[in-house]
Design a protein around this ligand. Structure first.
Ligand code: 5GP
Length: 183
């Protein structure tokens, strides 16, 4: 789905599919260099990270494995609280493995903080984070993110895996949702 199919639902397009693709290619080259002699395990967080995982993994020129976690984060309304429950755990034992967490978006960073401390307790050889988008508030939480696609303003965005009410994940670009959609 392109923005032309749902233009009335978007305030604006932040990044086109081509811009997302180009940025991902840059990051993939850095990740390739970092893990050149290592066997990296990409860990995606369902469901938002499916698009970035699919595109990042295919942009890599080195081998990688993939696994997925599903977590639910409790909070009031749209705010994350950092209280997290694992709905689906990894199929892989990550002890001694080089793990790269692939995230769609970091807002407060509370969900990610929980995830990182949970994964670190399993004693991977290394643990790094890549996120496609990061909002300003994320800076307030001390989670060390090695690769960031784009820093974005504090707007509610959809597309490229990110949904509103289950919709818009299949939108190729990243756009900010028009207020009439959620009010
Ligand atoms: P955090 O714990 O960092 O505040 O929450 C991160 C999660 O909140 C993301 O994985 C995503 O599911 C959701 N989220 C945060 N900001 C947005 C946004 O602008 N749009 C959408 N669709 N989801 C968001």
């Amino acid at each position: 789905m392109d923005d032309s199919h749902i233009s009335a639902d978007l305030d604006r397009v932040l990044f086109t599919a081509e811009e997302l693709d180009a940025r991902l290619a840059e990051i993939a080259a850095e990740i390739d260099a970092e893990y050149r002699d290592k066997d990296v395990l990409l860990v995606g967080v369902l469901t938002g990270a499916v698009m970035v995982m699919a595109d990042l993994s295919r942009a890599l020129t080195t081998h990688c494995s993939m696994d997925w976690m599903a977590i639910s984060s409790y909070g009031s309304g749209t705010q994350s609280s950092g209280v997290v429950r694992i709905l689906k755990d990894l199929n892989t034992d990550i002890s001694g493995r080089h793990v790269l967490v692939v995230e769609d978006i970091i807002d407060t960073g509370l969900t990610l903080s929980y995830l990182v401390s949970n994964l670190k307790s399993r004693e991977p050889a290394s643990l790094e984070i890549m996120t496609m988008f990061r909002k300003p508030e994320a800076a307030e939480n001390a989670v060390d993110v090695k690769w960031v696609g784009f820093d974005i303003p504090n707007e509610f965005v959809v597309g490229y895996g990110l949904d509103y009410g289950g919709r818009y994940r299949n939108l190729r670009c990243l756009g900010s949702l028009a207020p009439h959609v959620y009010s």
